[in-house]
Design a protein around this ligand. Sequence first.
Ligand code: FES
Length: 163
Amino acid sequence: MLEKKQIFPGHITELLENWEKRYPKDQQRSVIIPGLHILQDHNNGYLTIELMDKLAQYLSVPVAHVYEVATFYSMYDLQKVGRHKLNVCTNLSCMLNGAKKIMTHIENRLGIKAGETTPDGRITLKSVECQGACCGAPMLEVDKVFYENLTIGKVDQLLDSLE
Ligand code: FES
């Protein structure tokens, strides 16, 4: 069995340790959410079973606790993703303000459906639940940045700006 310090490379361990310090010793489960972000960000934007198992081992929590977080939140991806992630909110406020039109426009422009990645590996498109930005509906998130009060024109500008 590996020592805790040997589970991940040093630079990852350092980032995890910064989060561990923020919580009481008996509440290390709280590091699951930021820990998954760290691992995803260092693995081309997606998580693997191996990474989740290692995080469970690192935090000494049951693997089920890590899996349940990773599979609950749309901010985690469990399959390979494109270089850019587009998350279109399709929940109530956004839907009432044109999210369906926005989504259909993006799907047509990219030639893919929500949940898919463009064949050139450039963009992954997802439909997600409320992102807490209802006052700016309709909104979408591009690579962790929120864009609100969208119009088709704004969406086109955004898509054109992605490499
Ligand atoms: S419904 Fe879209 S951000 Fe809340």
